[in-house]
Write a protein that binds this ligand. Structure first.
Ligand code: MN
Length: 246
């Protein structure tokens, strides 16, 4: 299966989790919260063919680490995948929204310069601001909204801007997230866990917990789980094909 937004390096024993991910054949996007962690992740996942490592700078860390945006841009030469980046307008982090926007703009500008990137974006309580930056940046590749939690009107705007959506157990836990999920085009959906940040029944979510996401999507789409899996695999193949040279 697929986990399109997971912090593999933040589990207590990343090697053990990676081993299990390889054993189970899970296509995993290992997002990172700092560009230094990107290097570490590359080493950790070097033998895992189905793991892709993204270079990121988490918006919650921008207040202390905004200078590392340059390093993100530098490392982007080595991967098609970028994330976790974005903006966070929650109480704890809204004082750095100005810096967050500047960092996001710098990274998306570099995405446009290099072209064809796949970008995992955080947008909690800052959806419109993130969409503004995506729109401003232009041809950046494929923005993938991770755990989208905006308004329905913002969702529509994101779809019009060409965004994809990675949907996880957190988004599917509430009525609002379920309603938003119904509105997302099925051919732009990928499953995620956001583990180990996201807790499932009091323990960190693991990449194989995407099974729960598939079951929930099956309910929402009124589709058998096997068909949901085929659709998601096809989406991943399409994503991989977009923007790459034939
Ligand atoms: Mn995350």
């Amino acid at each position: 299966m697929i986990d399109f937004h997971c912090h593999l390096d933040l589990y207590p024993d990343p090697k053990e989790v990676i081993q299990e991910v390889v054993l189970r054949g899970i296509y995993t996007l290992a997002v990172t919260t700092t560009p230094k962690a990107f290097e570490q992740n590359l080493r950790l996942a070097e033998d895992a063919k189905r793991i892709r490592v993204a270079v990121g700078l988490h918006p919650e860390l921008v207040a202390e680490r905004k200078r590392e945006a340059d390093l993100v841009c530098k490392h982007m030469e080595r991967t098609r995948y970028v994330g976790e980046i974005g903006m966070d307008g929650s109480l704890q982090h809204k004082s750095s929204l100005g810096d967050q926007r500047a960092v996001l703009r710098q990274i998306l500008t570099e995405c446009r310069r290099q072209g064809g990137k796949v970008i995992s974006l955080h947008s909690r309580l800052a959806t419109s601001a993130v969409l503004d930056e995506i729109e401003l940046a232009g041809e950046i590749g494929i923005p993938v909204m991770h755990w989208f939690s905006g308004l329905e009107s913002e969702l529509k705007r994101a779809v019009d801007l060409g965004c994809w959506f990675s949907i996880g157990p957190g988004m599917l836990a509430g009525k609002k997230g379920k309603t938003l999920t119904e509105l997302v085009p099925k051919n732009r959906v990928l499953p995620e866990t956001d583990g180990p940040f996201f807790q499932l029944k009091g323990r960190p979510a693991m990449p194989w917990d995407v099974d729960k996401v598939i079951a929930d999507l099956g309910m929402i789409w009124k589709t058998p789980c096997n068909d949901v899996k085929s659709l998601l695999r096809m989406n991943l193949r399409n994503l991989a094909a977009v923007g790459t040279k034939p």
